[in-house]
Design a protein around this ligand. Sequence first.
Ligand code: DAH
Length: 344
Amino acid sequence: MQDKISQYTREIQAFKPASAEELETFRIKFLGTKGLIKDLFDEFKAVSPEEKRVLGKVLNEFKKQAEEKYQFLKDQFASDTGTQAADLDLSLPGEGFETGARHPLSLVRREIIEIFKKLGFTVAEGPEIEDDWHNFSALNFPEEHPARDMQDTFFVKKDAVNGDIALRTHTSSVQVRMMENGKPPFRAIMPGRVYRNEAISARAHCFFHQVEGLYVDRNVSFADLKQTLFYFVQEMFGEGTKVRFRPSYFPFTEPSAEMDISCTICGGAGCPMCKYSGWVEILGCGMVDPNVLENCGIDNAEFTGFAFGMGIERITNLKYQIKDLRLFSENDVRFLKQFQSEII
Ligand code: DAH
């Protein structure tokens, strides 16, 4: 037994594993439940009591040595990244990061801004909580106009100086602020969120987004309005998209019109989207009413202007064929991730 122990000791001392597998073979060979050390202990049972006294110590010492050597090598393998790297395939792709996606309304708003920027329009913003003057009175809304009604407007409070304070019902209020605070010429678009007291459904929401446009200068005509919006439509919906203007009424423009474009789905042939008319409405517009210019301190004998207002949801629906407005505010990533744009 002594000889065996000496031989095994030499073997263990000389052992230099090249891999974790070799170390494991070593463990099984010496320390395993059917290993050599177990055999030695079995043999040990049969030796004489005198020998036991000597051999017991030697055997225990040997076992301890084997266990320590094994533990030492095992720790070394665990911390030795150089050896571990052999199992690592660095050419494999890393774990992917889940990235977010731009909201389709943000994409379309950016696209609208980019188009009007090319025509020299700047971008302006105004507050979402507005007073009666900026949202209604300055825009020539008569006192009893139904849009001031509780049904449409979320009133916030009554202010002693400013009267009714409400969530703005349209971005036309920003026109007023812009004209009051500056000097013509004005050429700007004003994107923003607006609020209306409406029941939420697939076709209506209590908040949505608009882009207001204002162009005031000397000699601005309806022809300028038409050409500007025509250009916008070609850029937004593609060359060849037709436009038509229908007479309409807004308190703040005279004359007023609504603009339709040839249906983006059927191209004018007729489909459920355009209710088989071939046309879909996309915005309201007109020549700024002289009263509005006057209310904002602009000389209406010297300056004329045009204005327009469009819903971003509407444009987005037409561009991406989204049929339910509620999808825009649910923040379902599966919905949001479907939209890509050239404009990041
Ligand atoms: N403010 C209108 C609305 O919310 C949209 C609008 C129509 C804006 C005509 C304009 C305009 O500037 O000229 O329905």
